[in-house]
Design a protein around this ligand. Structure first.
Ligand code: PGA
Length: 317
């Protein structure tokens, strides 16, 4: 039976008033609109729901059965609404989150979307690099952590929730900008700006070059993604960063992507906690939210960032 909740709502109103006109008025619809829906419902059921005798209408046996079922269905929906409201109301308090520096570029957007559903949650966000996240994790200092690579030594439960492509960046006038499929060997001849030791991004780059036994000069070390972006724009060298950190710079053309073999490096973001940790209700709800919504929320945010002016003002609404 392909009946819809909308049709059942209309049917219930007609059955209560035993009048199409009064049901239509109650639901702010025209009387023919209600009649059409009831006819369709009767079509789905293969039976008449009302019979007309003189000017009055009555429920048929099938109509009475359906009316009884409607009362159950709508009572269940009301109860569901109440328990969901209660649940939302009880999800409040602090969420202690530590994220690697690169994840700080998207975590506030995810939290904003979360807050729209659970306005009584407060965020305590700690931003640091991979090495100190591992320490915090081992000391059980946070509800959840977000990182680019799951630690092997700790007993951790981790869920992959978002893509994290690493891309090669250059200033717009760099000669390699025009080239395609640049060999990794050629890239190794360039000055590469590195994040500090302990950064997950740096570790991923070193591993990538090590697969081809390529030596890298690591004498240009800038301690944050922001400093690296400015360094690349200033012409100090090229670099590799998570694409999440350069959405605005790519949209404005301040930085360009280089087409290098093996890039973008395919990585993912993980949300993790010690396996034995008992998560609070807030933490469990945020974790579920990340697993279900991150991809869509971030896609929408980046779309707005790419749109520039109008998009940016939409973002903060
Ligand atoms: P980082 O970590 O910000 O410490 O470089 C990012 C990652 O692990 O991908």
């Amino acid at each position: 039976m392909h009946m819809t909740l909308r049709q059942l709502t209309l049917f219930k109103a007609v059955a209560q008033h035993l009048s199409f006109t009064r049901a239509a008025a109650e639901l702010c619809l025209t009387q023919p609109a209600v009649s059409i829906q009831i006819k369709q419902l009767e079509g789905h059921m293969g039976m008449s729901l009302f019979e007309q005798i003189g000017k009055r209408i009555f429920l048929t046996d099938a109509g009475r059965e359906l009316y009884g079922a409607c009362e159950d269905i709508f009572a269940r929906i009301d109860a569901l609404e109440i328990s969901l409201n209660e649940l939302q109301g009880s999800i409040k308090g602090q969420l202690k989150l530590s994220v690697v520096t690169t994840a700080a570029y998207f975590t506030p957007h995810l939290f904003k979307a979360f807050l729209q559903q659970y306005p009584q949650v407060h965020l305590n966000l700690n931003v640091t690099n991979r090495t100190s996240i591992l320490e915090r994790l081992a000391n059980n200092e946070d509800d959840l952590v977000i990182m680019g690579q799951v630690p092997e030594r700790l007993h951790v439960t981790a869920h992959q929730f978002l893509e994290n492509p690493l891309v090669v960046l250059a200033p717009p006038q760099h000669p390699l900008v025009e080239q395609s499929n640049i060999p990794l060997k050629r890239l190794a001849q360039e000055t590469i700006l590195f994040r500090e030791v302990g950064s997950g991004t740096r570790l991923a780059i070193e591993r990538c070059f090590a697969t081809q036994d390529l030596e890298l000069q690591t004498n240009m070390e800038l301690g944050s993604s922001d400093a690296i972006k400015q360094g690349v724009m200033a012409g100090l060298g090229i670099s590799v960063l998570s694409q999440h950190t350069v959405t605005l710079e790519l949209a404005t053309g301040a930085l360009k992507l280089l087409d290098v073999e093996n890039f973008p490096l395919k990585r993912y973001w993980y949300v993790a906690h010690l396996t034995e940790k008992k998560l609070s209700l807030v933490a469990r709800t945020f974790l579920d939210f990340l697993l279900t919504n991150s991809q869509n929320v971030i896609q929408d945010v980046y779309q707005l960032l790419n749109d520039g002016g109008q998009g940016l003002s939409e973002l903060s609404k």
